[in-house]
Design a protein. Sequence first.
Lengths: 105, 170
Amino acid sequence: MIQNIPLSYYLVISTLMFFIGIYGFLTRRNLITMLMSVELILNSVNINFVAFNRYLYPQQLQGHFFTLIVVAVAAAESAVAIAIIINIYRNFKSVDVENVDEMKY
Amino acid sequence: MLNQVMFFLFGAMIVIFSLLTVTSRKVLRAAVYLLFVLISTAGLYFALNYNFLAAVQLTVYAGGIVVLIIFSILLTSHVSEKAAMAPVKQSVLSALSVGAGAILTLMTILRFTFVPNPGTDPQYNITDVGNALISYKRDGYALPFEVISVLLLAAMIGAIVVAKKERIKK
């Protein structure tokens, strides 16, 4: 299934996705969209793991399982982040980082 | 031929929808574009013959995380509300630094030639994946599996505690 497609194509796609995610993280002002940028970054790293595993070490499944674990960690991270964001909204009536300048309880 | 077409289709979808995700002014639309990115990534995993991983990507990412994000968008902002962006100066500076980083990384990647492992397509099915996840011998992943389950439990309890409505003190 991987004939005629060099490994570097996958790496190019994941690089572009990674830096687009960083751009979103730097320019977005809404906490939820910043979280979405973080998801983009995590996803691009997953593509790297899977492509390296498939091309260079197809007999082992280490990249496969690492990606599974990254997906689980991303799910946990986004659940906690959204809980925090909802709590912030309840206290500040906004999810923009400009308005949330004191995190003191 | 067909796999090349599929690869370039998914790759183009990933890049375009990633750009739309970070630039769209409407938050709900950005979430839907993120969904398209994650589905295209699952398509790449299918093309690489990792069927279980693609299914996990579809169920956990596209089915779980995106729904969670859309719920929180609906809870915290009005649908017609435009998202605030950084000032122009900061956007331009971010774009410049990100573009420089991307160009540097791409140059490094494209200068290096990766030699693929000349093996036949490995054949494994879901049973092998499941056996590896609960095996503690060589090439077994029982410990990370347990660690991740404890982490998920802790994150679940933590999310409930954080998002719980506080009782008003008298």
